[in-house]
Design a protein around this ligand. Structure first.
Ligand code: ADP
Ligand code: MG
Length: 240
């Protein structure tokens, strides 16, 4: 479904992604782990062109989306993203936060957008809060609304950048449960996370990134129980 070949990205003199290649098939869940500063967020942001890589290819359904003629908006419709800090619109209600994207980007009527918003808000367990404003919600509730907002675009792939890192510990479980359900329903997902137990449980594949490279990649069992690379072992010894 998505294939990344020899991706490189620098900010000025700082090369953040050095030579990153990976693939993900439809319905697969890939978790990316690794130390802070290793380029995980930059990598995810490149995948839906929030950042423009200097080198390499990103092939989505057979098309290199880095070609200049590709419509970036189309890619963003198909590849949804959920951020660490929710990024909800503070002045919109929950319902409007979720329905605005299909109205603006998919030319949905207000009625059709509301219908899909209600469906995805129900999927994330937030159907009782449709008239609330973000500030009236807990972090975990805001993140579930942010997930619903991404789902309202009916994406083919969902990217998650540390979706539970900003949450109080007791709120993490609800968000992970929503993501687990999405995985079970067959969503293709790439998840940057520090939740190792979740990754062990849900990931079809785990990628360990360090210093702008994919250092090691394998099943959750291979990475967590039998890591081959010294850097992977050292990282896991600090976080597990
Ligand atoms: P991670 O998500 O693994 O913590 P990031 O991709 O956020 O890593 O960052 C990798 C490196 O790139 C860090 O050294 C960070 O400071 C730098 N970086 C990230 N975004 C920018 C930016 N917009 N401009 C300059 N440097 C950046
Ligand atoms: Mg990051």
């Amino acid at each position: 479904m998505l294939q990344v070949c020899h991706l490189a990205k620098s900010y000025g003199d700082l090369q953040v992604l050095k030579d990153v290649s990976m693939k993900i098939s439809e319905g697969e869940v890939v978790c990316i782990i690794g130390p802070s500063g290793s380029g995980k967020s930059t990598f995810l942001r490149c995948l839906n062109l929030l950042e423009v890589p200097q080198q390499g290819e990103i092939i989505y359904l057979g098309q290199n989306i880095m070609e200049p003629q590709v419509d970036i908006r189309l890619i963003r419709k198909e590849i949804g993203m959920v951020f660490q800090n929710f990024n909800l619109f503070p002045l919109y209600t929950v319902l409007n936060n979720v329905s605005i994207a299909p109205i603006k980007n998919k030319n949905f009527s207000a009625k059709a957008a509301k219908e899909i918003a209600m469906k995805v808000l129900t999927d994330v367990g937030m159907e009782n809060k449709i008239d609330a404003y973000p500030r009236q919600l807990s972090g975990g509730q805001q993140q579930r609304v942010a997930i619903a907002r991404a789902l309202a675009m009916e994406p083919k792939i969902m990217l998650f950048d540390e979706p539970t890192s900003a949450l109080d510990p007791e709120l993490v479980g609800d968000v992970l449960a929503v993501m687990r359900k999405l995985a079970q329903d067959g969503m293709t997902m790439i998840i940057v996370t520090h939740e190792m137990a979740f990754a062990k449980d849900v990931a079809d594949r785990v990628i360990f990134m360090d210093k702008g490279y994919i250092v090691e990649e394998g099943t959750a069992h291979e990475i967590f129980s039998n890591p081959q690379n010294e850097r992977t072992r050292e990282f896991l010894s600090r976080v597990l």
